[in-house]
Structures are given as C-alpha cells and as structure tokens.
Design a protein around this ligand. Sequence first.
Ligand code: PGA
Length: 255
Amino acid sequence: MARKVFIAGNWKMNKTAAETVELCKALKEKFADICPNCVDVAVCPPFTSIAAAIAELKGSNIKVGAQNIHWADNGAFTGEISGAMLKEMGVEYVIIGHSERRQYFGETDETVNKRLQAALKYDLKPIVCIGETLDEREGGKTEAVLEKQIKGAFAGIKECCFKKVVIAYEPVWAIGTGKTATPEMAEETHKFIRKVCAELYGEALAEEAVIQYGGSMKPENSQQLVAQKDIDGGLIGGAALKADSFHDLVKNAIA
Ligand code: PGA
C-alpha cells in the first residue's frame, strides 16, 4: 500500500493563544482546497496554545499535536505534561526527541524511548525525531548515529506499536539554517533509515513506515523532496508559522 504523505508544522516556542487563533483561522481558510485523502496535515503549537488550536481547527482537515510528553502518568515532575493531559485535550500527535530537546534539554535515546512508550500507552501518534549534527556528517558518522538513535528509540517497542509511529529525519545542520539536504542526499539517508527499520521489524513494516524529512523545507523545495521514493512528508519549522507558506508547501508537496 502506498504511504500517505504527512506534513506537520512544529511551531516550537512561537504563537501565544491569541496569535494561534489568528493563524488557525487563516489556515482553516487556506487549507479548504487541500484534499484530506491526499495528505495528512497537523500543527504542533506550544502547550499553552493547544486548546485554542483545537477549538479553532475543529471541523477542518488539520489535526493538532504537541511538542513533548512526559513518560510518567503524573507526579512530581515540575514543568512537564503527561499523556493523559494531552489526550484529554484532544491532541492526536506528539513530537518526541526533537534535536532542540536533545541539544538544550538533555534528551537522550533513553528518554526518547520512555516518552515514546508513554505516547503509545495514551494512544497518541508519535513523531520520533532523529538526525545527525554537521560534525557527525562531516566525520562520516551519519549512519552510525542514526542507527543508534533508531535502535535506542525503539528498544522494546513491539511491531504492533511500531506501525503507529512516524519517524522524522532532521539533519541538525539543516534546521532553521536555510541549508536543506539535497533531495538526493535526503533520499539516501531515508533509504538507510528504512533499512534499519527493516532489520528491526521486517521489510513489510519498514515499507509502510512514514518517514518525514525536516530541516528548512519550504514551498520552493517541498515538491522535490517529497517526490523522493522514501520521503513521505515533512516536519516543518519556520515555514509553518505563516498560513501562506505552510499551505503552499503542502500544496506543492502533493502536486
Ligand atoms: P525548520 O525546522 O523548518 O525551521 O528548519 C524544522 C524542525 O526543527 O522541525
């Protein structure tokens, strides 16, 4: 079965609730011409703007995700948010292990794995982020780094659960820098990621896995990137913060 394109906007620490209402109103209008059978679309606002986004996007073809989840059900974890809290709000997706979390907040493969288990437990659709730094790419370590991140993230995750997970490959050197991996370079890496998934879960499940690309994807390059055989969509930062650019990026990706 062909994989369905999935594009998600990661708003990071942008948009207050009032700004979220404004952006979602514009998105709802713009995305009316996008066929929901051709692409899944989601936005991931900061926690404080999730309720506003869900209310505003009700009845539209845009889903809402969160940017993180804690592994515990509840308890003394100041500043954290649980799966139950997200689920109750009506959140569908959750980003896990974004490189900014790994870089600035001490996220490791082990915590990514714990958060992934929590997301699955609460029936949220996880978007697990992996990616190498510039030093790692230049040092010829890309494949070793990705393999370790994948095996770490999926430790103990069964086949039935793997099916529910989206992987986002985001080369750290391409995030927010304007430097995109060339479609060929990205495709080669996506192919490698699928190969590692096949080693873990078999060819058939690896073939079905949705693998997004992230890192300076914009309306100008989304078509070429998503046209690659193993690239099934995108995780979008900067270009997701304006209705026009997010819409055009999605439209071009499925053109
Ligand atoms: P960018 O961010 O599109 O601004 O490069 C992507 C991401 O960090 O998910």
